[in-house]
Design a protein around this ligand. Structure first.
Ligand SMILES: Cc1cc2nc3c(=O)[nH]c(=O)nc-3n(C[C@H](O)[C@H](O)[C@H](O)COP(=O)(O)O)c2cc1C
Length: 343
């Protein structure tokens, strides 16, 4: 198996079997939604629908980009996509580099047969731009899987602790700027579990990104994952990054483009808090991976659980829809407040 495919396969095994939970919290325990003892709403009429990148979603929830390139990835992506299509939420695939380098792997990312209308987001690593990837590869990644948009992932912490990782991160921002001008599809920039600061979000907004996914610290730790793959320094950095709750609030202060939230969003209450802090939608990785290796049915149940929990939180704050919910006051305490006070 070529190196990229091997690595992808290792990642899935490690994420499912080892303790790859970030050593710091995402910060949602510091975020309080205010209970309304008299909601005056019929629970069944609470409306979680949103529109994102021109598509309607049943709830502001998406599957975060994870995999592709191996036979097990094909099954995982199909289960995720079928469940997301039926639930009415969106989905990203994992890095498409393997498929771009080896056309035979296209089927492991292709999900339109089971998810014809779902919001589908392609994925490429930003580090590839320092090695000659550009607008053509991005367009190819989108069009070959009939995606609606592409996410460019930033994973400097992971690459730097990998013995074979990419070290040259020069010229990435100008590459993103050039691509957003020429691509003709929306481009999202996402982190992979170490967070995006308000300052970086501002640079990405100016470069033409249509949204940023903060993918903060507090969920899957990619430095921890690498520590299980022959990286002694991975363990040293296993608590690196900006906690998700901080990253959302910080980015919300500095940019106007939609903010997506991920990194340690493990249930609908976490998602509700992320949205109350300013996220337009949440993306979830590891929890959906755990069910997708089992079945599409289990994945669909998990998605429905998350949406139901979000709906309960909305109801209990007296919100009839997402717009109303986003206007509710949020109390921030503890470390998250201390962090935000110093920004
Ligand atoms: C098995 C696995 C593979 C991943 N591969 C990618 C990838 O190829 N591209 C990417 O942008 N993010 C990738 N991620 C990162 C996730 O999209 C997400 O940003 C991160 O895991 C934090 O979310 P979580 O705490 O819900 O897991 C991967 C995550 C997992 C669990």
């Amino acid at each position: 198996m070529p190196e990229t495919e091997n690595r992808k396969s290792d990642h899935i095994k490690i994420v499912l079997s080892k303790d790859v939970q970030h050593k710091n919290s995402a910060g949602f325990e510091d975020v309080m939604l205010i209970h309304n003892a008299l909601p005056e709403i019929d629970f069944d009429s609470v409306d979680t629908k949103i529109e994102f990148l021109g598509k309607k979603l049943a709830a502001p929830i998406m599957v975060s980009g994870m995999t592709g390139g191996t036979p097990e990835a094909e099954k995982i992506n199909k289960n995720l996509a079928r469940a997301a299509e039926e639930t009415g939420i969106g989905m990203g695939v994992g890095s498409q580099r393997a498929m771009i380098e080896n056309g035979k792997l296209l089927s492991t990312y292709s999900v339109r047969d089971v998810a014809p209308s779902m919001l589908l987001i392609g994925n490429i690593g930003a580090a590839q731009f320092a090695k000659g990837y550009g607008v053509d590869k991005c367009r190819k990644a989108i069009e070959l899987i009939k995606a609606d948009a592409i996410a460019i992932h930033l994973n400097a912490a992971q690459e730097l602790v990998q013995p074979e990782g990419d070290r040259n991160w020069k010229g990435i921002l100008s590459a993103i700027k050039k691509i957003t001008k020429e691509l003709g599809y929306p481009l999202i920039v996402k982190e992979t579990g170490a967070g995006i600061s308000g300052d970086v979000a501002k640079e990405l907004e100016a470069a033409g990104a249509k949204a940023v996914d903060v993918s903060g610290a507090g969920g899957t730790s990619w430095t921890a994952v690498e520590s299980f793959r022959n990286s002694p320094v991975g363990d040293t950095f296993n608590n690196w990054g900006i906690p998700t709750a901080v990253a959302i609030k910080w980015c919300k202060k500095t940019v106007k483009i939609p903010i997506l939230a991920s990194g340690g969003i493990y249930n609908g209450l976490d998602a509700a808090k992320a949205i109350a802090l300013g996220a337009s939608a949440c993306t979830i990785a590891r929890p959906f991976l755990r069910t997708a290796v089992v079945s599409y049915e289990k994945t669909k149940l998990e998605m429905e659980r998350v949406i139901r929990e979000l709906k309960i939180a909305m109801f209990l704050t007296g919100s009839r829809n997402i717009e109303e919910f986003q206007k509710k006051k949020v109390i921030i305490t503890g470390k998250t407040k201390e962090f935000l006070d110093q920004i």
